[in-house]
Design a protein around this ligand. Structure first.
Ligand code: CUA
Length: 357
């Protein structure tokens, strides 16, 4: 090879590498790290990107050089010279990729094993996913539940995740961790938050019509603030059980069935799909529950039994304009009989209040 050709190839490689580096570094591709795991994932990411830029520079330089230098001249109908390979070149282009790919495998294996390694005082959080809502509960704190993932900063957290209906997936971009939640399995996800703040937590598995609404948040707090939040929740949960067991004086429960029904409505994620002014719900996936009276009339059923059937056997009657198979069919199993009764009472009462539209 001539000196000129080598200089040309090198120049092209530098230009291609420079452009690729600019594309990699100038835009902000990754969110700012908020977990120990994210730092390691980002390292792996940039390690692989650097290798890719190196390979891209070589390939782009050789390609551009070959296209320009060996392009067909006018009236040139000759065949190319017969070439019998080049042992040295072949060994080189086998060994270099082998070394690079092996190094990626080693770095990834180290990062994955470190990301999964738990510390001693790991906090356990149980995650329940269903169309179209996440629920987080804290088994070490009396099973306090929350629609938002509250976490203490700097502590190793293990999520134990279950799905009640279809496959979902949990992802917090700032944590750089993600895991599917599969019915019948308990999948685990380990994260150690390092930055205070509120981060989006989203479902990243297409799980039905409300998939795009299946979002929550991960809130990272100072450990002291987290502990006092947990204590407050535990205390908040306690009185209702103590009053209901000690309220022997009257036959009425401390909260009305309709109020209890509103809680069932909120806890089961109904608002993700339905509009209902009594619950400040604005979901647009399923039928507007403020119109239940007119739906029952169209279905030619008494309101109460219509509401009950629509919850436990949603496909029995489909309001025109909506589709079968969207509403989960397992609420008959998920809810207790009492919860179901409260929910029906709440929906019937609020439907009657919102008028015979
Ligand atoms: Cu759950 Cu998408």
């Amino acid at each position: 090879m001539r000196k000129g050709s080598i200089a040309a190839l090198l120049g092209l490689a530098l230009i291609a590498g420079g452009v690729a580096t600019a594309v990699a570094l100038v835009p902000t591709w990754l969110p700012e790290d908020a977990s120990q795991q994210a730092g390691r994932i980002a390292f792996t990411f940039w390690f692989v990107i650097a290798i890719c830029i190196f390979i891209f520079a070589i390939v782009a330089a050789v390609m551009v050089y070959a296209v320009v230098k060996f392009r067909v001249r006018e009236d040139d109908f000759e065949d190319g010279p017969p070439i019998h390979g080049h042992t040295g070149l072949e060994i080189t282009w086998t060994i270099i990729p082998f070394v690079l790919v092996t190094s990626i495998a080693i770095v990834s294996a180290i990062v994955l094993s470190r990301n999964d390694a738990q510390a001693k005082d790991t906090l356990r959080v149980d995650v329940t996913a269903q169309q179209f809502e996440f629920t987080f509960s804290y088994p070490d704190a009396g099973n306090v539940t929350s629609p938002v993932l509250m976490l203490p900063k700097g502590r190793s957290v293990e999520l134990y995740m279950r799905a009640l209906d279809v496959i979902h997936s949990v992802f917090v971009p700032e944590f750089s961790v993600k895991e599917d939640i599969v019915p019948g399995l308990v999948t685990q996800l380990h994260v150690t938050p390092t930055r205070l703040g509120t981060f989006p937590l989203e479902c990243t598995e297409l799980c039905g019509l409300g998939h795009s609404l299946m979002r929550s948040q991960a809130v990272v707090m100072e450990p002291a603030a987290f502990n006092s939040w947990l204590k407050k929740q535990e205390k908040g949960a306690a009185p209702s059980t103590t009053t209901s067991t000690t309220s022997t004086t009257s036959s009425t429960t401390p909260i009305s069935p309709a109020q209890a029904g509103l809680m069932v409505f909120n806890q089961n994620g109904c608002s993700a799909c339905h509009t209902l002014s009594a619950a400040n719900a604005t979901g647009k996936v399923g039928p507007d529950l403020d119109n239940l009276v007119s739906y029952a009339r169209t279905a030619k059923q008494p309101l109460e039994s219509f509401v009950h059937q629509s919850i436990v056997d949603p496909d029995a009657y489909i309001q025109p304009g909506y589709s079968k198979g969207v509403m989960p069919t397992n609420f008959g199993q998920v809810l207790t009989k009492e919860q179901l009764d409260h929910l029906v009472t709440f929906l019937v009462q609020s439907a009657q209040k919102s008028g015979n539209k």
